[in-house]
Design a protein around this ligand. Structure first.
Ligand code: PDD
Length: 280
């Protein structure tokens, strides 16, 4: 089966799928999205992803949407594509309508999905960890909503790549460490794992929640609290979490070595714990 796309009920190979130019996602970034990963032919955390998608639409006052129908369409598309390891991308825009900032009246949302095969991260990245840079967080005030307005994230990621690094970590102008360009962030400091609390400044990551749950199970001391760049630099371990990213250790930030410069045991254990949940 080729990689597939779905545009409002029409399924085609991805390269044949087209979206109308007046889709509000295209013209205004007026769209929300989710990325769901599959392992061994099963979509992982599908309930959580659709709950977050629903919340994103409600927060943005989208017209009422039958989320269950979209969920069924996503599951059918995934089954049709027939990949063991895939990423299902779901994007819902506030419809297609002549360009006007105001919400269109009585226009249905537009649903676009793709299913792509996931290539496993090069083992070297997981085994050696990654380098990151910090960047100023100049995103809007509702980073808890998963919208397609990702230009700051795109610029941050590219800045990291241009600096010879793998990813960028957003830091507020008061120095608070937020999250990665497409992941949440944890540090291990003084024997305690810390991650930014759920506020409008970060995405409530599904992997973040799983990792917190695994920490509870393993009785790791964990705290959802603010921490600044100096604490980040001085941590024993730093790792990113996300769908596709899973648990990814960071061993260098802004040219400074994290801990002993090797991937840490907390990250290794939590990655194993996460893989254990995937196989359940
Ligand atoms: N990104 N923070 C941001 C800014 C993200 O974009 C993501 C996910 C996460 C992690 O969330 P989760 O664990 O639910 O995947 C945190 C997706 C995968 C993306 O944009 O491709």
């Amino acid at each position: 089966m080729p990689e597939l796309a779905y545009v409002n009920g029409r399924i085609t190979p991805i390269e044949d799928a087209l979206v109308p130019v007046e889709d509000r996602g295209y013209q205004f970034g007026d769209a929300v999205y989710e990325v769901i990963a599959s392992y061994g032919g099963k979509l992982f955390c599908i309930d959580e992803h659709f709950a977050r998608l629903d919340r994103s639409m409600k927060e943005l006052r989208f017209p009422k949407v039958q989320v269950d129908e979209i969920r069924k369409a996503a599951a059918d598309l995934f089954t049709k594509a027939d990949f063991d390891r895939a990423g299902v991308y779901i994007q819902i825009s506030r419809g297609v309508s002549p360009r006007n900032h105001a919400f269109p009246a009585n226009v249905p949302v537009q649903v676009v999905m793709t299913v792509r095969k996931i290539e496993e991260k090069k083992p070297s990245v997981r085994e050696t960890g990654i380098c990151a840079i910090t960047v100023e967080d100049f995103r809007w005030g509702r980073c808890d909503i998963k919208t397609v307005q990702l230009l700051p994230n795109v610029l941050a990621k590219q800045k990291a790549l241009d600096a010879g690094c793998y990813d960028a970590i957003f830091v507020s102008n008061e120095g608070i460490v937020r999250e990665g360009s497409s992941s949440n962030l944890f540090i291990l400091t003084g024997g305690v794992l810390k991650t930014h609390p759920l506020t409008p400044d970060i995405l409530p990551g599904i992997t973040r929640a799983l990792v917190l749950d695994i920490c509870l199970e393993k009785k790791y001391p964990v705290k959802e609290c603010f921490f600044d760049k100096s604490e980040l630099y001085g941590s024993d371990e730093v790792f990113l979490t996300g769908t596709i990213t899973e648990v990814l250790p960071v061993i260098k930030i802004d040219g400074r070595t994290v801990g002993n410069g090797k991937i840490g045991s907390a990250a290794i254990t939590l990655q194993e714990g996460l893989l254990g949940r995937l196989k359940k």
